[in-house]
Design a protein around this ligand. Structure first.
Ligand SMILES: CC(C)(COP(=O)(O)OP(=O)(O)OC[C@H]1O[C@@H](n2cnc3c(N)ncnc32)[C@H](O)[C@@H]1OP(=O)(O)O)[C@@H](O)C(=O)NCCC(=O)NCCS
Length: 409
């Protein structure tokens, strides 16, 4: 069955197609709301649809954003989202066709990177995306958790409005030092806080908001949480709570956790959006009462312009590495000589024999500093061509602190 790929607007049927495929039928009818939120992206032609006649059978948003890279630069990147193909039209190449259109669009716009959060692991590797960051969640046995030493600063409840006014500055500082973090665009703060909703009815009252301020009064983090009442069987308090946290540093994180642990009635806190770096646990008296409940991939990255991407980041040490990148779609294909260090890099096309050969998805996996090249070589994802090539790639690319895509998009 033939289909057409077009640059489109967020119409009601386009919006409904996303919600049906994502199994959220109750959310149909949000077309006008989404059109308003994404007005700039729609005007820029960054929404792609697949049509079977008049019917929307595929959706794809190729939104413009930036992503922080090691060294602190914010690199233009297409933040891909709302990817769906109707159940009735799957496995006929519709995603492949939409992604081909989107990658071309991004390359033409000079975006060195395309990034996304895959619904399922096996979908995007074939299109050149590689696994770039992880995230963790923890369950806290609240009544047994304590800090290892007194932590400075204060935590206070805040309104949702204070949250959206005060937390973005902390987030922007965090973003500047966190490879993998993107900009909050399209009114994401208000949407996250429940102040901006599709039916105009705020949902901010469904959770509590608290902000952490350091000794100078500067907001350094925040937590939102909601409590599920326990059964009070035997008249013992055993409520559970779920929280999401954003913290600029470990002190902010654990001070906010302490605020949660010290709540009466609540025995268990499930807290999301922790980075892969778990050094904050050392500020707990006994970190074993924090149990990691999930660890999963978040950001995947696709390098479109190798020279621009590699020149945008800083490297952990000085070094010169020649990389042969393979890319069936062509964008990244070639041999590149990288001369890099903590202050930056220059990258040139080269005719030399490479130190390492890697497919473009492995470059995306290495780029933000999460993986070691030596480890990926053990599973056949990068090949050493000259002795010492992998060790040098490790020293250059792998960052001391792992990257973190702090927000979902
Ligand atoms: C994932 C999805 C977008 C794929 O769309 P599609 O049009 O069926 O994909 P294509 O036909 O272009 O598939 C291209 C290739 O990827 C493979 N593929 C696609 N989706 C896959 C999946 N979920 N798991 C494993 N392989 C997948 C296909 O088998 C095909 O492989 P082949 O070239 O070897 O035959 C679609 O199934 C869907 O909407 N799923 C539910 C929503 C979702 O997960 N969206 C993604 C959000 S990030």
């Amino acid at each position: 069955m033939p289909f057409d790929i077009k640059i489109v607007e967020y119409s009601d049927d386009f919006s409904d197609a996303v919600d049906v495929t994502f199994s959220r039928p109750a959310q149909r009818g949000r077309g006008a709301y989404r059109r308003q939120i994404f007005a700039d992206e729609i005007a820029a032609g960054r929404v792609i649809g697949a049509y079977d006649g008049d019917r929307v059978v595929g959706t794809f948003a190729n939104f413009r954003n930036t992503v922080s890279v090691p060294g602190g630069a914010a690199v233009p990147a297409a933040a891909v989202t709302s990817v769906s193909v109707a159940q009735t039209h799957r496995r006929r190449g519709i995603l492949s066709a939409m992604i081909a259109t989107a990658l071309r669009q991004s390359a033409d716009a000079g975006e060195p990177l395309s990034i996304l959060i895959p619904a399922e692991w096996p979908i995007y590797g074939r299109f050149g995306y590689g696994h770039a960051t992880d995230e963790t969640s923890y369950r806290f046995d609240s009544k047994r958790c304590a800090v290892s030493r007194p932590l400075p600063g204060t935590v206070d409840y805040a309104s949702a409005q204070e949250w959206v006014e005060e937390l973005p500055a902390a987030y922007d500082r965090l973003r500047a030092t966190t490879p993998g973090a993107i900009e909050y665009r399209n009114r994401l703060w208000e949407r996250d806080a429940g102040l901006l909703t599709h039916d105009g009815k705020p949902t901010d009252k469904e959770k509590l908001f608290a902000l952490y301020r350091d000794e100078s009064g500067t907001v350094r983090g925040g937590v939102t949480y909601s409590v599920k009442e326990g059964d009070w069987n035997g008249f013992v308090a055993n409520d559970r709570a779920e929280a999401e946290m954003l913290a600029e540093d470990s002190t902010a994180r654990v001070r906010l956790l302490q605020f949660l642990w010290e709540q009466d009635w609540i025995t268990t806190f499930d807290v999301e959006t922790f980075p892969a770096d778990d050094s904050w646990r050392h500020l707990m008296a006994n970190p074993r009462f924090a149990r990691e409940t999930s660890r999963h991939d978040v950001l995947w990255a696709r390098v479109l312009d190798v020279a621009a991407a590699l020149e945008a980041r800083a490297y952990e040490t000085e070094g010169r590495l020649v990389l042969a990148v393979t890319d069936p779609a062509g964008y990244a294909e070639g041999v590149y000589a990288l001369e890099g260090g903590p202050a930056g890099a220059t990258v040139k096309r080269s005719t030399e024999n490479p130190d390492v050969t890697l497919p473009v998805q492995t470059l995306g996996a290495l780029y933000f500093g999460h993986h070691a090249a030596t480890a990926l070589a053990r599973v056949g994802e990068i090949t050493e061509e000259k002795a010492g090539g992998l060790a040098l790639a490790d020293r250059l690319f792998k960052t001391a602190v792992p990257p973190h895509c702090v927000t979902w998009f």
